[in-house]
Design a protein around this ligand. Sequence first.
Ligand code: C2E
Ligand code: CA
Ligand code: CA
Ligand code: CA
Length: 268
Amino acid sequence: MEHYSEDAVRRQHIIMADLLHAIERDEFVVYYQPLMNVTTKQITGVEALIRWQHPTLGMIPPVEFIPLAEKTGVINELGKWVLRKASEQIKSIHYEGFSDIRIMVNISPLQLQEPNFVEMVKQILEETQLDPHYLDLEITENIETQPNQNILKKIRELQSMGIQISMDDFGTGYSSLSKLRDLPFDTVKIDGLFLQNVPINKKNATIVETLVALGEKLNLRVVAEGVETKEQLNFLIDKRCQEIQGYLLSKPIPFNKLKSFLKSKIVF
Ligand code: C2E
Ligand code: CA
Ligand code: CA
Ligand code: CA
């Protein structure tokens, strides 16, 4: 596991060194992946997914640089940049007439630990004039953090402004269930990992069915991620999962393609 080739090590070093300046150099872009309500077939929102167009390395996926941004602390500035960019662009989509599109933004647990996090979010909503009811913050669990009183207070404060809070990668994270118990999430997003080969894979099918039921019983919005096939969709409809996201509906798309996607009729 810990054995990296020389090239991989060099690549990591370049990425680490360049991260700091990539924001000012305007090398990041936000892609958007739509979410759909399976009953109404309406697009309920889009998730903001960051990409890095590196001048020499080309497109770098977030799984490669987000952990490094967390390690170096750049994640705070980067997270702020994404939130501002996504809020701006969704606000402009609202102006274009798609006024009920929600924006989901990924938040690193490290950002949530920043003392000024809530203030930062408030400031960006004021700057961009985005209605807080259309903002949804997805909290990922890639880092072992204890849900302490401080985090709980911040989440409550954000929710009192009208912002929604989602648990990302539901089912995979570090002590998912105790987080679900301790923090007042509005939504759970079932990780795409569990959708693999559903319904043929009985274990995965059982896990997905159970996670949907758990979310429903806790009165949470339930979103299934990584939906790629019609068979998965039918299974989810049958198990009464309300919303889906995945390649079946659309891959993440650049902002300039979002409007035409929203205008198009959804057919599978
Ligand atoms: P995530 O938040 O769980 O996002 C879902 C990932 O699954 C995305 O990968 C998306 O492109 C991919 N995906 C969507 N539908 C399908 C599908 O049907 N099949 C498959 N195989 N994959 C699908 P992406 O964009 O590479 O992002 C990877 C991860 O990087 C995200 O996982 C998230 O944890 C992190 N990330 C992305 N953008 C940000 C950001 O702005 N801030 C933070 N903190 N993390 C981010
Ligand atoms: Ca996410
Ligand atoms: Ca996820
Ligand atoms: Ca994930």
